[in-house]
Structures are given as structure tokens and as C-alpha cells.
Ligand binder design. Structure first.
Ligand code: G1P
Length: 287
């Protein structure tokens, strides 16, 4: 089977959950410590052997793509000043992946955003990564999913158990266990009422998908919130082929809302030996 080489990263949302920070600034570029939120996702993809990024952005946003492209002027200055560490950090970002940018002219939903990536992906399996969901896992979540995809020969979704009263924020699957941490998907519903949810297994921002989904998304109408939902497209695809899910073994932050963003910032700062001791000492003074 074809190796998964491309990841579609939808980043054309309005960032309404973290306004006014995102009024003029792309949400995915807000920094967690010293790296934009989206860089965590691109690094995760690279660690899974996925080296082509299809970035779906809004028409006015050229900054996000620029972050992943070389910046010769900056590199020249850093080189001249002998700032070798900073230079290495800057160069590494542009070496993570080959970038293609596609525009989503209107925010019509996640399913629509993924469909915009179709020409860049081509007729081969691909990943989708939602940059708000920042995941710390070893092995990286996408790497496990690619391995499962190779084994099971069908789309793989990443899921995590969430509290019952939170199911209305996610796509929720109905699942039949295959083995510990692996499920066959029997149904999917986007943002159900807690009373109607088929389980507490929520889709958390990582998908390995097959190109037959694109034809389905072409026909998918507006669903929850009036948007073209990826979850609805997957439910239609389920009528044609088996879909699988694997449970996250790691830590996920939703960096797209205020509290989750703060938690992710602290979490990653406390993992950094150069920052953790001083940050811990500071946090103790706040208690
Ligand atoms: C999107 C998907 C949803 C998924 C969630 C994960 O929702 O539509 O199925 O569970 O991401 O973060 P959004 O957060 O964009 O409303």
C-alpha cells in the first residue's frame, strides 16, 4: 500500500474561542513557549514520516506558510552575529516538511477544508491533523496511526475518552473493540447531546484517511452548526468500507481555547530543563 506522505492541516478557522488575540493574528501561530501551536503538529507529522504539509488557510493569511519557509534575510543576520543556536532553530523549521498552501475562501466547515486539500494530496492515503489538538505522546500519535493503517488497510481515527458532559464538543464514535486501544467504528455523530451520544469516545484531531473520502465530501451537505462536517463524510464512507479508531496513549491539550492554551503553555514549559526550575519557583509564589 502507498506510504502516507501528506498531511492536510486545516488552519482557516476564525479562532473565535480565543478572541481578541486572534482578531488579526492567526490562531495557529500563537506560541506555546517558543514554538507556534501548529509547529507541534508539523513536528509530530515529520516524526511519523509524513513530510508533505498541505496547509489550508484563509485568503488573507500568508504568515503561517512563511513560518515554514526559509527566511534568508534572518538567517544571514543570525549567521553574521554568530547566533548558531538560533540559526539552527530557524533552519530546522523550514526543513521539517515540503509545504503546499491551499485557500479556503469561506469557512464552510472542516469537511470542506479537507476537500480543498484534495488536488494537493492526489489519489493516495493521507493524514489530517487539527493543530488545536496538541498531543504529547511517545511514540507520536500519528506514527501509531500510520502503523495501524498499514496493518488494517482502512481509515484510522484517533479517539480519547471524554467526560459525558463534554461529548457535545466533539465527533463521537460508536465502537466495537478489536483489541486493547483499537476499535472498529460502527457509527459516528458530530457534537451529539450527551443523552444521545453512542459512547464517550471522542475524535481528537488526527485522522488517516483514504482518497475515496473526497468524492463523499463533494456530496456532504451542511450538518451540525450549519457546517460541512468531516464526521458526516466519514459516516457516509462507513457504508462503503471499514473504519478503525485507536485510543490516544499520551497527553492532549486543546490549545484553541483560553484555559487549554494556558495549560498547554505551562505543560510544555515545565518539560523544558532550561525553563522548568525557574517557572516552578515562580508558580509556588502564586499559591
Ligand atoms: C472538530 C471535529 C470534531 C472533533 C474535534 C476535535 O471539531 O469536527 O469531530 O472531535 O475537531 O478537536 P471543532 O473542534 O472544530 O469544533
Amino acid at each position: 500500500m502507498a506510504r502516507v506522505r501528506s498531511v492536510v492541516i486545516p488552519a482557516a478557522g476564525l479562532g473565535t474561542r480565543i478572541l481578541p488575540a486572534t482578531k488579526a493574528f492567526p490562531k495557529e501561530l500563537l506560541p506555546l513557549v517558543d514554538r507556534p501551536i501548529i509547529q507541534y503538529g508539523v513536528e509530530e507529522a515529520a516524526a511519523a514520516g509524513i513530510d508533505r504539509v498541505v496547509l489550508v488557510t484563509s485568503p488573507g493569511n500568508n504568515m503561517t506558510a512563511a513560518h515554514f519557509r526559509p527566511n534568508p534575510a534572518l538567517e544571514a543576520v543570525l549567521e553574521k552575529r554568530g547566533k548558531t543556536e538560533s540559526l539552527a532553530l530557524v533552519r530546522r523549521v523550514s526543513e521539517l516538511a515540503e509545504l503546499t498552501t491551499v485557500r479556503q475562501e469561506q469557512p464552510l466547515g472542516l469537511g470542506h477544508a479537507v476537500l480543498m486539500g484534495a488536488p494537493a494530496v492526489g489519489g493516495v492515503p493521507f493524514a489530517v491533523l487539527l493543530p488545536d489538538d496538541v498531543i504529547d505522546a511517545d511514540p507520536p500519535a500519528l506514527r501509531r496511526m500510520v502503523e495501524l493503517f498499514d496493518e488494517l488497510n482502512g481509515p484510522v481515527l484517533l479517539v480519547e475518552r471524554v467526560p459525558r458532559d463534554a461529548v457535545n464538543r466533539y465527533g463521537i464514535i460508536e465502537a466495537a473493540p478489536l483489541r486493547p486501544g483499537v476499535f472498529e467504528v460502527r457509527g459516528l455523530v458530530e457534537k451529539p447531546d450527551p443523552a444521545d451520544a453512542p459512547s464517550d469516545l471522542a475524535i481528537v484531531g488526527r485522522y488517516i484517511l483514504t482518497p475515496d473520502l473526497f468524492a463523499v465530501l463533494e456530496r456532504t451537505g451542511a450538518g451540525a452548526g450549519g457546517e460541512i462536517q468531516l464526521t458526516d463524510g466519514l459516516r457516509e464512507l462507513l457504508a462503503k468500507r471499514r473504519i478503525y479508531a485507536c485510543e490516544l496513549a499520551g497527553v492532549r491539550h486543546d490549545a484553541g481555547n483560553r484555559l487549554g492554551f494556558l495549560q498547554a503553555s505551562l505543560y510544555f514549559a515545565l518539560k523544558r530543563p532550561d525553563l522548568a526550575p525557574a517557572l516552578r519557583a515562580f508558580l509556588r509564589t502564586l499559591e
